[in-house]
Write a protein that binds this ligand. Structure first.
Ligand code: FMN
Length: 91
């Protein structure tokens, strides 16, 4: 399986976990920056040798309730139909 397949599965599970946290009043974020120090993190957390770390999801109670939609690229710039550059299905 490609790396994209493996890690895509991990992150879809992570996303479900994050949604469940949110519904319980907890905030979280996907992170991978620590992977530059993967072995140090493994030692710190007691992760056995041979176990790959896909990421880390810090979790905490959030303060305030001023969440709002993040700025995103418009859908037609990032998702295409059938061919690269097609933003709408042909009718
Ligand atoms: C797989 C993955 C790994 C990420 N790793 C980091 C990270 O290590 N550090 C970081 O600041 N943001 C990281 N991000 C981005 C944040 O999780 C988050 O998407 C970003 O702060 C933007 O927040 P927003 O999606 O609410 O706009 C990662 C995102 C993904 C999808």
């Amino acid at each position: 399986m490609s790396a994209s397949g493996v890690f895509g599965e991990v992150w879809s599970a992570g996303w479900s976990f994050m949604l469940a946290l949110r519904s319980r009043g907890l905030g979280s974020s996907m992170t991978t920056i620590h992977l530059g120090g993967e072995s140090e993190v493994a030692q710190l957390l007691g992760i056995p040798e041979g176990v790959s770390q896909a990421g880390l999801i810090p979790v905490g109670w959030f303060r305030g309730d001023d969440f709002k939609p993040a700025n995103r690229h418009p859908l037609h710039e990032v998702a295409f139909y059938e061919n690269w550059g097609n933003s709408k299905p042909a009718r």
